[in-house]
Design a protein around this ligand. Sequence first.
Ligand SMILES: Nc1ncnc2c1ncn2[C@@H]1O[C@H](COP(=O)(O)OP(=O)(O)OP(=O)(O)O)[C@@H](O)[C@H]1O
Ligand SMILES: [Mg+2]
Length: 606
Amino acid sequence: MTAARPPAKRSRPRNLLGVLAFLKRHPGGVALCIGLLLVNIAIEMTLPQVLGNTITGLRNHLASGNEFSIWPFALLYLGLISVRAAVGFILGPIRNRTIQSTLSDLRSAVYNALQRLAFTYHDRANSGELISRATTDVWRLQDFLFACLLLSVDIAVSLVATTTLIFLISPALGFVALGTMLPTIALIAFFASKLQPQWRHVHDQHGAMTTVIQENIAGVRVVKAFAREQSEISKFRDKKETYMNTLLNTVNYWASRVPRAQFLYGLSTPLALWIGGREVIQGNMPIGDLAKVVFYLMAIGHRVGMIGQFTNIMQNASASAERVLEILDEPTVLPSGTRPMPPGRGEVTFDNVSFQYAREKVLKTGGKAKVEDKPEPSIPRPVLHNVSFTAHQGQTIAVIGPTGAGKTTLVNLVPRFYDPTEGRVIIDGVDVRELDIPQLRRSVGVIFQETFLFSASVAENIAYGRPQATRAEIEECARAAQAHEFISELAEGYDTIIGERGISLSGGQRQRIAIARAFLMDPRVLILDDATASVDSKTERLIQEAMKKLCEGRTTFVIAQRLSTLQHADQILVLQAGRIVASGKHEQLAKESALYRELFNQADAR
Ligand SMILES: Nc1ncnc2c1ncn2[C@@H]1O[C@H](COP(=O)(O)OP(=O)(O)OP(=O)(O)O)[C@@H](O)[C@H]1O
Ligand SMILES: [Mg+2]
């Protein structure tokens, strides 16, 4: 059975930890980044000491004429900032490599998940949304990784170190620092807590916008054929504007809150000058120490600003992390069996099979939940009911029935594109659920109702299932599929690159490439879904011929409205509303089934 439990809901921190786990794959890079960062922080903490001591030295020199040389201080300062520059020089590339490698791992994980997910998932997910998550959301995590790897360490270590140093100089000023810093951080945290749902909304709107773009590119011919360009443009404008407004609301919300927090912290310096200044006047504190405190307070102010940046990145990224991890955690996979394909020639049995498609959408799009996002309070609508039959090895089984009767659904259960809701599909004596999926799928060739060709050469498209096939094998299959002739006429023959949907090829040509592709796999069971539905009679004859060769010695399921196929079939299954209402050979059905006669006459008329 397809695992159909709902995706595990992660809490926000778990989302972020889920992404952080990817950093663990680069321990060397992470350790180096943190190590170098700590060196930098140590330098930053030392610089105010040098400055403060210089000021105190100068002050004493002015007041009492003490010997004082400025050179050691200036050289020390120069030395420190040189080391800092060198560290920054090394740190940049290491940080970039670590972050980009981690992002690259994340991209692979998302891509692998998309490959792993079952048909049931892809039926319900929308591809624009998936593209947005696999690209833009992963990209947004770059800032997040930067924030976690560097900002977080920088902020935490610097704040603790600086506050401690201020306390060591003057406990009173330490309390000034703490007393302004903590409420500021609390205020920022409060504002930030409002931000994550807003960012999620922004990203969902981005997904919705991408969906419109993706659908328009995929459906550009339909758009033009129906002269709907203008309305598609306004549809996109709406989505784009909703996205921009949501984004502006979010960034403006943040932009207007940060100055309030900064003002609060800004009070620390006048307070320190007032309290510390009195200490200096009373002679309880060297003037250089007050200067050190002011420098440290400035360093804290810088980090407090970084907290704002950090939380904004975190909220933004945790929304993206959520969207990415929803894919990584998606449980809709078809668990593979472990048994190898048994010996046999392709006997297929449907044992009391019923099936219904899952209904709910798997991805939220456009922010607000839509009605169809919710699982429907299931009025079960089985597509197949108690289907039982056996296709003996080498037989040709024709499946016939009105549109929507469930023909495609029925044959899709053989290579386990879906699992039956009830009953079993058995190949050569073994339930398909027990079989190793890759082996099963290599043993069942499918020529889909619609042929998809990749943007690659003709040869690569034919050899898709067996990339190691030789050119001779590819050509042999193309000849058998009656495709060799037209392929040879293409500009670069087998090396001609064809578009992602084989745009430069006709429907009949695409189908023959699909047939050649199936030939090359030499499957024991073959499924032809309406493979000759869209071609002229000459091409049809060519395809029929190709099919005949392809079917020899294999169990073949043909969904066809073609007279000749029906007449030659060993068994015809007449499907109506998901039930087999009649089965047998042509002559027998022509006598016994009114529905068959009707369908047959329609086929005849074609
Ligand atoms: N991926 C899917 N998710 C949900 N419902 C589906 C899915 N595919 C098909 N259906 C529904 O299942 C029913 C049977 O569809 P199916 O594609 O098997 O019909 P068909 O007999 O192949 O029709 P046609 O002759 O038009 O190809 C239809 O009601 C259809 O709406
Ligand atoms: Mg169909």
